[in-house]
Design a protein. Structure first.
Length: 397
């Protein structure tokens, strides 16, 4: 059956109206969606989970004797991760201990020498005084002939020799006094230098056990038993999974309404749309990703090409949601930021460093333990005599 031209035109007009109507409905739906949702939300799928990846390095020299932590294992702050063969460190510690004891005894001998010379000064001063008295009596007896001129001359010569001996002894005393003046056997510079060497050796001995600076999971172990490590060599990484955030890279032309404090919805590809995380914008990185690259762009040279840049935005995740549905750094996410609320100033960062991985105290006691040990060594080698100088030794009076 052949349709008439009028029927064909009517059918065509109907189909055209149907397409136009459908397009209009689509535009209306898109406008309603934009007005009700999209205009107040900034979305991107260029977003990734990130966190603190804490590197652990060696702080001592030695051969690895034991590896006590493996990848994927959880370690707590202060746990020993790697143990070095501490024989060389122990030998160096013993040598430093012997040098400290020797320094203490040498200083004690120096104080004893000062006392000895002091007594010698007093003794020679007494002999000189006796000769002075004899000379005075001889001078009084010489006019009457009770004392000969030769005796008088010999006494004067003897007094001059005793004065010279006294000055020599006094100079010896002053030389020793210059080495101990203002200090005691406990804080003499020679002892302090030996203490510093012992403290360094003791800390080196303690650092033969490489400990975890934070609680987290081990990743990227880089050492094996028998390997020799030096200070600064990488050992492994520790990743705390209880404090993670999302780094979203937004187009710069969509950043005008993004502010710290605004709420965000995060969907992770690992769980799909079944799991939704609720986050908060903590801060906006002060620069595009390109300026922090190894080779930042220099638009003043060569041909200039205008490229829309991306700005990293930090979005905090809730700890309770991370505990229920754990995440890992590097996972891909899609984020939506609710920009309908004003938020804070664009530079008012809400990022905090109050979580446990931002500080560690596992090294704080090493030096204090070394100092306690040094005091024990000093007391064990210390002579129990007075440090005070006797009066009259410097002048011989």
């Amino acid at each position: 059956m052949q349709l008439s031209r009028k029927s064909i035109r009517a059918r065509r007009d109907f189909l055209l109206k149907l397409v136009i109507g459908a397009a209009g409905v689509g535009v209306l739906i898109a406008f309603i969606a934009w007005f009700a949702f999209d205009r107040n939300w900034v979305t991107t799928d260029n977003a990734f989970v990130t966190g603190n990846i804490i590197p652990v390095h060696s702080d001592a020299t030695g051969i690895i004797a034991a590896v006590l932590a493996e990848e994927t294992q959880m370690v707590k702050k202060g746990d020993v991760l790697v143990r070095l063969d501490g024989q060389r460190a122990r030998a160096a510690l013993s040598q430093a201990e012997a040098e400290l004891g020797r320094a203490v005894r040498a200083v004690g001998a120096l104080f004893a020498s000062r006392r000895q010379i002091c007594q010698r000064v007093l003794s020679r001063a007494a002999i000189r005084d006796r000769t002075r008295h004899d000379l005075s009596r001889y001078k009084q007896a010489a006019p009457s002939g009770a004392a000969s001129r030769q005796l008088l001359q010999n006494t004067e010569d003897q007094l001059a020799a005793q004065e010279a001996d006294l000055r020599e002894t006094r100079a010896e005393y002053q030389a020793v006094e210059a080495r101990v003046v203002g200090v005691t056997r406990m804080n003499h510079p020679d002892i302090e230098a030996a203490k510093a060497k012992f403290n360094d050796a003791y800390v080196e001995f303690l650092r033969q056990n490489i400990r975890a600076p934070a609680t987290g999971y081990v990743a990227k172990r880089k050492v094996q038993v028998g390997q020799r490590v030096r200070p600064g060599d990488p050992i492994l990484n520790i990743v705390p999974l209880d404090h993670l955030w999302v780094e979203a890279n937004l187009w710069e032309n969509r950043m005008d309404r993004v502010r710290p404090g605004q709420e965000a919805i995060v969907k992770v590809d690992l769980y799909g749309s079944a799991q939704t995380y609720h986050g908060v914008v903590e801060g906006i990185v002060p620069g595009s990703g390109s300026v922090f690259a190894m080779l930042p762009p220099d638009n003043a040279t060569g041909n200039f090409i205008r490229i829309v840049q991306r700005i990293p935005v930090r979005i905090a995740l809730r700890a309770d949601e991370l505990e229920q549905q754990p995440l890992r750094p590097g996972l891909s996410t899609g984020i939506s930021i609710d920009v309908s609320s004003g938020g804070n100033s664009v530079n008012a960062s809400q990022t905090k460093t109050s979580s446990a991985e931002y500080t560690t105290h596992i090294y704080d006691d090493d030096l204090s333990r070394a100092k306690i040990k040094t005091e024990e060594i000093v007391k064990a080698n210390l002579l129990s005599t007075s440090d005070e100088a006797e009066k009259g030794c410097a002048t011989g009076e």
